[in-house]
Write a protein that binds this ligand. Structure first.
Ligand code: Z5A
Length: 212
């Protein structure tokens, strides 16, 4: 039995965390088994790598170091959490996955997509998200929501131009993979975002119950 792998993507503060818990409740209410997880992180080792990645540092971090750390955490996450859960027929909801590497390390830092694609294939094998929910809002809206929280982590300290490139990369990926991506306008009030999420969840639940 194979589960369903759903990823949530988007820039900073667009509402991924808020949306993923709402979505998980909708699936649980339909009696589905749900695992909620995140990247970088999701395992003990992955969370330790996350700390290294997000801690502000005095030395500049090479883009390739950042990319490889993201994929190291991902390899562990796939082995410990994602593959077993999917193998048991569970629904895995993941706050960011490899599209974030294409957006941040590719679009943001300028690493060639072909390099990221090679790592994607080596690390993931046949595991790709079934559905990716892209919460898209202009950079200022997301930053405004996220930045009431106090100190900025290393990646949050990037420039506005960096986050504009990240957003553009996400939009390009959504265009390149229209069957997988579902874009939600995250600048809307929460109620409207949740209506859209409810619609997507219902479609997926109906599809899973009646695959024919
Ligand atoms: N990263 C990477 O570079 N490469 C990779 O491969 C991966 C990750 C996997 C950590 O990610 C960093 O890792 C991230 C990318 C990098 N760096 N940055 N920047 P993260 O997902 O943990 O961090 P984040 O993007 O900064 O997430 P966030 O700030 O926690 O935001 P969020 O989860 O999208 O938003 P939220 O917490 O749900 O909502 C923020 C606030 O807005 C909150 O008060 C909500 O109540 C409110 N909200 C949410 N939706 C709405 C609407 N619709 N209206 C009004 N208010 C709202």
């Amino acid at each position: 039995m194979s589960g369903v792998f759903i990823t949530f993507e988007g820039g900073e503060g667009v509402g991924k965390t808020t949306s993923i818990s709402f979505f998980a409740e909708l699936l649980r209410a339909a009696q589905l088994q749900v695992v909620v997880t995140r990247e970088p992180g999701g395992t003990q080792l992955g969370e330790a790598i996350r700390e290294i990645l997000l801690q502000p540092r005095t030395e500049p971090v090479a883009a390739m170091t950042e990319l490889l750390l993201m994929f190291s955490a991902r390899a562990q996450h796939l082995q410990e959490v994602i593959r077993p859960a999917l193998g048991q027929g569970q629904w895995v909801l993941c706050d960011r996955f490899t599209d974030a590497s294409f957006a941040y390390q590719g679009g943001g830092r300028g690493i060639e997509p072909a390099v990221i694609e090679s790592l994607e294939s080596i690390v993931q094998g046949s595991i790709y998200p079934d559905v990716t929910i892209l919460l898209d809002a202009d950079v200022a809206t997301g930053m405004g929501r996220a930045r009431g929280r106090g100190e900025l982590d290393r990646i949050e300290q990037e420039t506005l131009a960096f986050f504009e490139r990240v957003r553009e990369s996400y939009l390009q990926r959504a265009q390149a993979y229209p069957a997988r991506f579902k874009r939600i306008d995250a600048s809307q009030p929460l109620q409207q975002v949740q209506n859209h999420l409810q619609h997507i969840a219902q479609e997926l639940i109906d599809g899973a119950r009646d695959p024919g």
